[in-house]
Design a protein around this ligand. Sequence first.
Ligand code: GDP
Length: 331
Amino acid sequence: MPRALITGITGQDGLYLAELLVSKGYEVYGLIRGQNNPKAELVARTVPDVTVLTGDLTDLSSLLRALQVSRPDEVYNLGAVSFVAYSWEQATLTTEVTAKGVLNMLEAIRVYAGSDAPAVRFYQASSSEMFGKAQQTPQSERTLLWPRSPYGVAKVFGHYMTINYRESYGMHASSGILFNHESPRRGPEFVTRKVSLGVAAIKLGLQDTLVMGNLDARRDWGFAGDYVDAMWRMLQQPTGGDFVVATGETYSIRDLLDTAFAVAGIDDWTPHVEQDQRFFRPAEIDVLVGDASRAHEVLGWKPTIDFTGLVTMMVESDLKRLADGPDSGLR
Ligand code: GDP
């Protein structure tokens, strides 16, 4: 039975990946941070077969302990301070967790496994935020990185450190450059979920308006359930590598509003949407669109859900959740 350790198990991707690995017969361990973390209950409810370990990406010895207990064949480093807007407010914390946390995990694997370090396959959750002020369209593994937020800068550090451990120690270390990926499990601070929840609340008469930031930004949005499959495929390759994972299609926040309100049967959203400066960012990424040819060719990976399917899934889920009442739970 293969064994896997996932950091960031309480997040959207951690839950989908844990479900995927359990379905493939893995023994799955998940790292949970902090004392009495309220999200531990969410993990136990959603993926009961996962063994929860406590540890923190900023605490190297806790990572060593987690490796000694789980003895993993594969480590998926999904843990991060991951909300871009927040990363300006807490830039040092973002750097400690999202950047130095990657180095801590790589070091922990190197020290734990010694000369066997290449036997522990490592996945780093890199991000399209690394492209920032995109120097080329669409963006591929060869596009120059130009991050535009403390979060993006931290992810660039983790990306290059992963490549460096591959080149320095021969580790089977892969970096997945994942474009925005969403689902009904996405946190409500991200724009897709903010919109799906807001539209559902407006439709049900629970709220009148949705207060938004920049409506002109464009993103390449895919379904998180598809993207965790790409992570797993990367670690089944003979050697580690870097892969863009994206749909290759880009839509604006306006398109998102059009689609989400239409799913709820509201044709004109203009009376329901306001804009406020507090949701604009100090530096914006105007357009992201990924070229996932390498993932298609080498990994045999393809997305199964398009933008309209994704937004429909999210709005319908939130309509049901809000109609069922506040205790229906985030799953
Ligand atoms: P990101 O791409 O990782 O920053 O993901 P987000 O979902 O947080 O933001 C995607 C885009 O939506 C960014 O260009 C934001 O500026 C834009 N956006 C516009 N209004 C909002 C808003 O109210 N909340 C968030 N989170 N993003 C917004």
